[in-house]
Design a binder for this molecule. Structure first.
Ligand code: NAP
Length: 348
């Protein structure tokens, strides 16, 4: 077993890490960190637990420590669920102390020597680890996963991008409140409401998606060469991001072929049989009114993205439209980091 720590273990994503790692066949949680407010307390006293599964017995009495490498002993790998500004300062210290860091935070994602990876999409970008260690003189390293709405979108774009010429992508999101963290959006702001702004979210989707689909020449990544424009909205859904996707195709397509491309999509995690890999990363729904967050966020244990309403646009017939739902704290956060770590564990 690999001893792992969770940085930011008391937050929304931290709790998902604990839930998903509780019975993991390769990783054993041996350290939990959070802010100084929580350090020194037993996990059950420090956390405001909100998942239906309850706090796993194995961590209830674990004492939370400060988020500092000197406090995290005998750990090979840490999963980071820290706020971006804290991650920027702290994650490099963990990597410098020799630990592998699988991070959810945006702080290091667009650094040219830090792999931004979805295992089904661009596992080859993990080769940047060698460059990173050389550049920075670290024994450990940092690997990141993208932002939650980007992961769901890119999992559906990857099979299309491999098969068709894509000219432009427009995406409108309807994002769950859990994406903002436990105290992120006050109930008075979101109940009976939609908020048409999520700070930096559109910029992250627009840059991270192209980076993930970009060409890697062994040393650096050249972003994919199409245009993507995002409009991001917060909606009163607890978990599960919905996205309405509109693609200007550069070549002829048939809707049934597009569905087959989604259905046939498998990546390296499926080939390797990684523990957290869903059987099919993209599931096609044929019902007129699916996917929906409440019905579809749990698909593939929360690791699959559900796609529906796959259709040709009536007004612009050269264009493709569909709607997707992905679980933002599982496939979009904790599950994404865990799958990255499983892949690293398998191939490195
Ligand atoms: P959250 O609920 O606000 O949790 C933040 C965690 O960081 C808590 O454990 C908190 O500990 C800890 N923390 C706060 N300030 C700290 C400090 N100064 N030093 C050390 N630890 C500190 O946030 P979240 O939603 O879990 O998000 C965590 C990260 O994942 C963010 O970077 C976010 O952007 C990213 N992310 C989130 C989602 C999502 O769907 N929620 C998806 C993708 C990526 P205390 O309890 O002690 O304050």
């Amino acid at each position: 077993m690999v001893n792992v720590g969770i940085l930011g273990a008391t937050g929304m994503v931290g709790q998902r890490f604990i839930e998903l790692l509780a019975d993991h066949p390769q990783f054993e949680i041996t350290a939990l960190t959070a802010s100084k407010r929580s350090a020194g307390k037993k996990y059950r006293d420090a956390v405001n637990w909100h998942l239906e599964t309850g706090i796993p017995e194995a961590v209830k009495d674990t004492v939370v420590v400060d988020t500092d490498p000197s406090e995290v002993k005998d750990v090979d790998l840490v999963f980071s669920a820290l706020p971006a500004n804290i991650a920027a300062a702290v994650e490099p210290k963990f990597a410098a102390a020799g630990m592998k860091v699988a991070s959810n935070a945006s702080a290091m994602r667009m650094e040219p020597d830090v792999p931004l990876v979805i295992p089904e999409v661009n596992p080859e970008h993990l080769d940047l680890i060698e460059t990173q260690q050389k550049n920075r003189g670290w024994d450990g390293f940092i690997v990141t996963n993208p932002n939650c709405s980007t992961i769901a979108l890119t999992l559906t774009l990857k099979p299309l991008y491999d098969q068709y010429d894509i000219k432009r992508v427009y995406v409108s999101t309807m994002q769950a409140v859990s994406g903002a963290g436990y105290s992120g959006v006050p109930s008075m702001a979101i109940l009976d409401n939609i908020v048409p702004y999520i700070g930096s979210e559109e910029e992250k989707m627009e840059s991270e998606t192209l980076q993930l689909l970009g060409d890697f020449d062994g040393e650096s990544v050249t972003p994919a060469n199409f245009k993507l424009s995002a409009s991001c909205n917060r909606t009163p859904v607890i978990d599960g991001h919905t996205e309405a996707v509109f693609i200007e195709m550069g070549e002829e397509f048939e809707v049934d072929d597009v569905k087959d491309v989604f259905k046939g999509f498998k990546g390296l995690p499926q080939k390797l049989g990684l523990h957290s890999a869903p059987e099919s990363p993209v599931i096609v729904r044929e019902e007129d009114d699916r996917p929906q967050p409440r019905m579809d966020r749990g698909a593939g244990g929360g690791m699959a993205v559900s796609v529906g309403r796959v259709r040709r646009d009536n007004v612009f017939p050269e264009n493709l439209k569909y709607v997707l739902v992905g679980h933002n704290t599982i496939r979009g956060a904790a599950g994404a980091s865990i799958l990255n770590a499983e892949l690293i564990n398998e191939i490195m």
